[in-house]
Design a protein. Structure first.
Length: 462
């Protein structure tokens, strides 16, 4: 523990186990400001710390015999000390600092602590989990202080910087002053820029700068009175959706009453239910795009943007043409439309967010499982070809059937007319016997009287 009793070094509870670090004890709310080996799992309560001055080592030992070095400088040291600045140090017999926690920051900067060129703060995974998180604050060689997703540290991925145009030169460091202001200082210790403007120090207050788990850089103050709490004096941005990567792949950040939330893109579901920071995945595979009978539709999300990584750009096009172009392209998973430009992209989509100032429309391809859709819904050209092929086949079969039926009717009529015509010609030519065999004949009264001898002789019955 430091002389003032404000800071302590040792074990603190983390989940169901314990980690080693530096924490504030002089206030009611215990606050961890540094963690040793932050990505190591917590240890059990019967783990121990072994300090060997002759070897310059500080080792965490578990009952299972696992040793984890907290400090290993391979030089003789005389003692370890917890300073009132919050810096835990190993010193030689002359009092020179041979190792210090200030040189290995995690997510927090304390007063008088410097973030030198090439050093960075990395956010924690959550408020209660001090393992490595998603976001970083880096002191660049050109004197710029920049925030990035920790795995993408080039300028195009920056979401905040202390400046965007003017270089301050090399050997610039960030320092949190005891007055609560953030300064960029040069190699001689001269303040070249005050980042926070003017923070007025309050007697009896302590300060810390932290890159929080949500990606925002915040300057906190805390009065030492028992009833006090942490107050935010300054933050790098007021838009909590600014940090790139706050929401996982294939999702986008939305502000609800200034609080950030993550939504999956249409047609996607969370990789881990209840944890949208883990990202989202499609509920169908792109390999099925060309399968016969598959139907797709386009879902539109207005004012939604993400990282630009297009493989094809269509210029001077309309929203409808952009939507249809993505639908017709099996490589296209989504398209971003703005100012007449249509940018087609593949998965995954990252750094998504809703921005009312963007003026863009995002088109997302989804599998259409319904008979009809109220969204912008089209069949793909491949699907249209399949439908037209089926229609043509039906029409051809119908035409063949009708033609066959007409031919049969014509043959029947022609055959009937031929038979009637033949009969009439036979009778007309005088072949009475033949006619009598095939049809009854009519007789006049005179003929009947003559043939029956005045109706005396019966010649037949009918």
């Amino acid at each position: 523990m430091s002389k003032s009793g404000l800071y302590a070094f040792g074990f603190y509870q983390r989940g169901n186990g314990y980690s080693v670090g530096v924490f504030l004890t002089g206030i009611p709310e215990k606050t961890v400001v540094w963690t040793a080996n932050r990505d190591r799992p917590p240890v059990s309560g019967n783990a121990t710390l072994l300090f060997t001055p002759a070897e310059g080592r500080l080792v965490l030992q578990t009952p299972q015999g696992q040793d984890t070095y907290i400090a290993d400088i391979s030089q003789t040291v005389s003692y370890a000390s917890m300073l009132d600045t919050g810096n835990f140090v190993l010193c030689n017999s002359d009092g020179d600092i041979m190792w210090q926690s200030f040189a290995h920051p995690t997510d927090t900067l304390l007063p008088t602590q410097r973030l030198a060129e090439g050093m960075q703060l990395i956010s924690s995974a959550s408020k209660t989990d001090q393992s490595t998180g998603t976001f970083g604050l880096c002191m660049k060689p050109d004197g710029n202080l920049v925030q990035y997703p920790k795995d993408a540290t080039t300028i195009e991925y920056a979401y905040w910087a202390s400046y965007w145009t003017t270089e301050l030169g090399d050997k610039v460091s960030l320092i949190l002053g005891e007055d609560g202001n953030l300064y960029l200082v040069n190699a001689t210790g001269l303040n070249v820029r005050n980042i926070t403007g003017q923070v007025y120090a309050t007697r009896g207050s302590i300060y810390l700068l932290r890159i929080d788990w949500d990606g925002l850089l915040r300057l906190y103050s805390h009065n030492l009175s028992p009833s006090s709490r942490w107050l935010v004096l300054w933050n790098s941005t007021s838009d909590r959706c600014d940090p790139k990567g706050l929401c996982g792949l294939n999702s986008f950040c939305v502000l609800n009453d200034l609080e950030p939330g993550c939504n999956c893109l249409p047609g996607f579901a969370p990789v881990i239910q209840g944890n949208l920071t883990s990202g989202c995945e499609r509920d169908f595979t792109s390999e099925s795009c060309k399968k016969k009978g598959k139907k797709y539709s386009i879902r539109a999300e207005v004012n939604t943007i993400w990282e630009e990584d297009s493989y094809s750009v269509l210029s001077q096009t309309s929203k409808e043409d952009c939507s249809q172009a993505c639908l017709d392209d099996c490589n296209c998973e989504a398209a971003l439309y703005k100012d007449g430009n249509c940018k087609k992209q593949r998965l995954p989509l990252r750094y998504g967010r809703r921005s009312t100032q963007s003026g863009s429309v995002a088109f997302i391809k989804v599998e259409d499982t319904s008979e009809s859709s109220t969204d912008m819904c089209f069949h793909t050209r491949e699907g249209k070809k399949e439908i037209m092929k089926d229609i043509i086949i039906i029409i051809i079969i119908s035409c063949l059937f009708v033609s066959s039926l007409v031919i049969v009717v014509i043959l029947v009529v022609v055959n009937h007319r031929y038979r009637v015509s033949s009969y009439r010609r036979t009778c007309h030519n005088g072949d009475i016997e033949f006619c009598e065999d095939i049809a009854p004949r009519s007789y006049s009264y005179a003929e009947l009287e003559r043939m029956t001898d005045g109706f005396k002789e019966e010649i037949g019955r009918g």
